[in-house]
Ligand binder design. Sequence first.
Ligand code: ZN
Length: 193
Amino acid sequence: MTRPSDGGRIEVICGCMYSGKTEELIRRMRQVRIARQSYRIFTPRMDTRYAEGQVASHSGSRLEAITVATMREILTYAQDVQVVAIDELHLFDDDPAEMVRGCQWLANRGARVIVAGLDLNYRAEPFPAMMHLLALAEQVDKLYAICVKCGAYATRSQRLIDGKPAPADAPTIVVGGLDMYEARCRACYEPAV
Ligand SMILES: [Zn+2]
């Protein structure tokens, strides 16, 4: 492992659904690969949309990844690599504090840690682990989608059930396809009730 003076840092890529977070993570990791730095990419076991063992964006970019469920597993695989990328951080079923501690530990040891995930759940409330990492990170990039209603920049993920907003007491995490979520701006977002 490199020393902290060698550039340990946390980078957070956040935004709503369809804002291109995974695409951006893949772009950065392609550069890392070209630079011949050592790296590992992790995806949560809960994300069943794509094949295990790879990270994939909606637009079809993909890279090899390790599918895990906890930060403990990430730390097992991420020893001694220069760059650690974690996609869909909000989807790990681990304790949020554990996810944050692990990212901090890796960065303190000198690793470049790149995290991508939703900043807000479908109720437009912050995901705890992302909220903390956004504050602790050296670099934050908030990406936007286009609101399907009005064409403004979208920052919210609207979950729909039969075309209506999902109720507030629905599960926070439901991994779904294109038909389940819409990107919406603040004005067009319909709060869950
Ligand atoms: Zn709108």
